[in-house]
Design a protein around this ligand. Structure first.
Ligand code: MSP
Length: 512
């Protein structure tokens, strides 16, 4: 039997601007899960990509005076650069302008048409171009977009429709049978009630422009961007030709996103798939929005905070840590430099950075930089072992349930306990007294730091590599849960002191 697989995705982001810390958030979350599952021995496929068709992109490219393909090529380069800056280890970057993707969209469309779920009719109604979605007057009587609050445009054209309404009963049945399909639970309840109320057929083509994938049976129309975009989740696996790879990874284990696009993923996408005879994804996780002064961060609001600016001041791991520690799953979170600086200086610099530095300095001073042999009859490590053992299940369970803030909070219980252990044991006094207990205390600290670095590897990979390098464990292969077992550091290992992990940031250097 092959290894267990894990397929995780981010939304494919509109190729209209470089990523901001909101789009970075979903990408970091998916990266943490991909890295975590790799450590657990899974064969992981982490997909991200770009959404390049549709009227919105077409208009922005025209405003920039560039052909749409040249325009999106430029933005995609910036997106990829941002993911590199953020240390994102995706396995594949899919673009809706890829030839393979076009083939997949047309194949999926054909399957849905063969099922008899597509019909042609006149569409007249309101459309939000920035969100590329149709608005019904029931959801928004004043014709503004219920998601982005911008005015919509009146459209009247012949369109192809998908019989979404045919799937109401099936969808309810599916949701009932899969109570953890949507997390957090509050979002599940929202979606369930909306499906129960009514679901209307949706238009899945546009005829007034041609920047998109032509409908297989009517080249006058292009496929609606959302059908186009959602299909990336299977086109990236090689659908419809590469059956082996498709069967290996589909259904996706989790699609991550923010709440704005939950309906498309939790209802429209599964219904397209059911119509085509394919399985729905296993889980949808919708987090909240990053806001500035309560307003969603977005290009159109002009309140973008760019990862590269934050990274230049605080470092990549600090941004990754902050986004995951600060935001509670499902809730919106306001971004302030003050909060970032506080977490950076206090939790990363003082708590973690100093723990590592103090320990290494003492190992350097008292044991020539080598991990000492613990004193045999000293059981002072017992409370530490107990604490580590009792925290393992909650920490791993929080990660499994995407509760990253809670997981980090628990990991910090270990960090704080280790600092307290130093304060209580006073190794400098033990050294003065020539107490044999000194070696146990320092061995235990080195072990605790190693275990902390194992937990933190998916969150802050660069800092954890540095911690392991400083502990002399640079070539150590981390695996979960094995590497969490106490007592793996080898006596005599040579340690090093490198530059500070999280240098203190002074207030005047930051704005806001
Ligand atoms: N192209 C569509 C998605 C198609 S997926 C098949 C799209 N793109 S988007 O560029 O607008 O990205 C939306 C996603 O970006 C959100 O669902 C979320 O993952 C992320 N975010 C964008 N702004 C965000 C915040 N201000 N805060 C948190 N996440 C944000 O919709």
């Amino acid at each position: 039997m092959g290894r267990k697989t894990y397929y995780v995705t981010t939304p494919i982001y509109y190729a209209n601007a470089e990523p901001h810390i909101g789009t970075a958030c979903t990408t970091i979350i998916a990266d943490v899960m991909a890295r975590y599952k790799k450590l657990c021995g899974y064969e992981v496929f982490y997909l991200t990509g770009s959404d390049e068709h549709g009227q919105k992109i077409l208009r922005i490219a025209a405003e920039a005076g560039v052909e749409p393909k040249a325009f999106v090529d430029g933005v995609v380069a910036k997106i990829k650069q941002t993911w590199q800056d953020l240390n994102i280890q995706y396995d594949y970057f899919v673009r809706t302008t890829d030839e393979q993707h076009k083939k997949a969209v047309q194949a999926l469309y054909r399957k849905i048409a063969e099922k008899g779920d597509i019909y042609k009719a006149k569409y007249s109604g309101w459309y939000c171009t920035p969100c590329e979605r149709y608005i019904s007057l029931t959801e928004s009587p004043d014709k503004t977009c219920p998601v982005c609050k911008r005015p919509t445009e009146f459209l009247e054209e012949d369109n192809y429709f998908f019989k979404l309404s045919n799937y109401q009963a099936k969808m309810l049945e599916f949701l009932k049978a899969h109570k953890d399909f949507i997390v957090p639970e509050s979002r599940y309840n929202e979606v369930y009630s909306r499906v129960e109320m009514s679901i209307e057929d949706i238009s899945i083509s546009r005829a007034s422009f041609s920047w998109g994938i032509p409908l297989p049976d009517d080249a006058e129309h292009v496929v609606w961007v959302w059908l186009d975009a959602l299909t990336t989740y299977i086109s990236a696996l090689g659908y419809p030709d590469n059956k082996d790879n498709f069967n290996k990874y589909w259904p996706a284990d989790v699609h991550f996103m923010a709440k704005d696009i939950l309906w498309f993923h939790s209802v429209i996408w599964p219904c397209f798939l059911m119509s085509a005879g394919l399985e729905p994804p296993r889980q949808i996780c919708a987090h909240g929005w990053w806001t500035v002064n309560g307003e969603k961060i977005s290009k159109s609001k002009g309140n973008m905070i760019l990862p590269r600016d934050v990274i230049a001041k605080f470092g990549v791991d600090s941004l990754r840590y902050f986004e995951l520690r600060e935001m509670v799953l499902g809730h919106d979170q306001d971004f302030t430099y003050k909060a970032l600086m506080s977490r950076h200086n206090n939790e990363l610099g003082n708590d973690l950075g100093n723990l590592v530095l103090r320990t290494l300095v003492m190992i350097g001073k008292y044991y020539e930089g080598k991990i000492p042999q613990p004193y045999e009859n000293d059981f002072s490590d017992e409370p530490i072992r107990k604490m580590l053992a009792s925290l393992q299940e909650p920490i791993l369970s929080h990660i499994e349930h995407f509760q990253f803030s809670n997981a980090l909070e628990k990991i910090w219980e270990i960090v704080r306990a280790a600092n307290k252990y130093i304060d209580d044991q006073k190794p400098w006094v033990l050294a003065k007294e020539k107490s044999p207990k000194l070696s146990s205390v320092l061995y235990n600290l080195a072990e605790e730091i190693r275990i902390i670095s194992v937990y933190l590897t998916p969150f802050m990979p660069t800092a954890c590599d540095s911690i392991r390098f400083q502990l002399g464990l640079s070539s150590e292969k981390v695996t979960l849960p094995e590497s969490l077992e106490f007592g793996q550091t080898e006596v005599g290992t040579r340690t090093f002191i490198d530059k500070p992990l999280f240098p203190k940031i002074e207030e005047e250097k930051t704005a806001g």
